[in-house]
Design a protein around this ligand. Structure first.
Ligand code: DON
Length: 309
């Protein structure tokens, strides 16, 4: 006999928001992208999407923010759906234990990045998606609009320009990998695609809904299949082990869910077969993950018992 009771999400979210509001110390916004540096660290929003797209939320859950590296979970899924296993010839799937923008492993490992979520790996995935579609960021935007149901989702030109103006490290990563033959497009074109991708503005509600295919074992909002069940498992597994960079072990320990963070302060997390979550608060820890966001997801799995473990 099952004793599991489906949790009512709204009271859980209200409880989490109250707990988070009582916590001092929220980290600092990303300061290496000037357009993000002004963000107010007191902002907090969280949304949970059921498998059928019903969304519950609290706080600033409808407020658009800069999705940044959260987009890397979606570009990985799109590239994997088009290229299949051959994608893994270009990028690995091991945690790096290094910061998201690190160059240090690339030379030892012959221009093949450790995983699709460190910047080097995300550049490779966007490069593959650009080759396969002719417009990587356009494919990403179309997918996110369709899955979220928000046809207004778009890039923020100011954030993209700001990042391009401070993009020397990403350029270095891309040129270095190109020297090993692991980048197919001209590097300036790839960087333009990547900066545009990172600048995508979306709310917790949008991103929780858009990630729904990862909880539905690869099935899109319209019932069609993006990924096989096995591929959806693969993306979730890489999110669990690599989605929060050199904090992935601590995130798995505290939250126990596949998750993908971004320096805009958002984190998307997946409860396979049950729901998807997105939390946003712009104050980051030293590894680039939202302080209040990780705390909120930690509370969510504690209060509901919903985790992969
Ligand atoms: O490449 C960058 O620096 C950013 N556009 C994205 C970085 C990011 O979000 C890393 N995540 N925590």
């Amino acid at each position: 006999m099952s004793t599991a009771v489906a949790p009512a999400f709204q009271p859980v979210l209200d409880q989490i928001a109250a707990d988070i509001a009582a916590r001092p110390g929220r980290g600092r916004p990303a300061d290496y992208i000037p357009a993000l540096a002004e963000a107010d660290t007191r902002r907090f929003g969280m949304a949970v999407a059921e498998l059928d797209g019903t969304v519950y939320g609290v706080g600033d859950w409808r407020h658009p923010f800069s999705a940044q590296s959260i987009t890397k979970a979606f570009t990985l899924a799109l590239a994997l759906s088009l290229e299949g296993e051959a994608l893994w010839e270009h990028v690995g799937r091991e945690p790096s234990g290094n910061p998201f923008n690190s160059l240090v492993q690339l030379e030892y490992e012959n221009g093949i990045p450790r995983n699709p979520f460190v910047n080097a790996g995300a550049l490779v995935v966007t490069d593959r998606l650009h080759t396969l579609t002719g417009d990587a960021s356009g494919a990403l935007r179309a997918f996110l609009r369709a899955e979220s149901g928000n046809a207004e989702l778009d890039f923020d030109g100011e954030v993209a320009a700001s990042e391009a103006a401070h993009g020397d490290r990403n350029a270095a990563l891309a040129y270095f990998m190109a020297s090993y033959g692991n980048i197919g497009n001209p590097v300036p074109d790839l960087l333009e695609q990547y900066f545009r991708q990172c600048s995508l503005e979306a709310s917790c509600a949008d991103l929780a809904r858009a990630a729904g295919f990862l909880a539905r074992h690869g099935i899109r909002a319209d019932g069609s299949s993006l990924l096989s069940r096995s591929q959806a498992k693969q993306v979730n597994a890489v999110m669990l082990t690599c989605g929060t960079y050199d904090a992935a072990g601590d995130f798995a320990y505290r939250v126990g869910l596949p998750g993908k963070s971004g320096v805009g302060g958002g984190i998307v997390a997946v409860v396979p077969g049950r729901c998807t979550l997105c939390v946003w608060s712009p104050g980051l820890d030293e590894r680039g993950n939202s302080v209040a966001g990780v705390a909120a997801l930690d509370r969510f799995t504690t209060l509901t018992g919903l985790s992969v473990f």
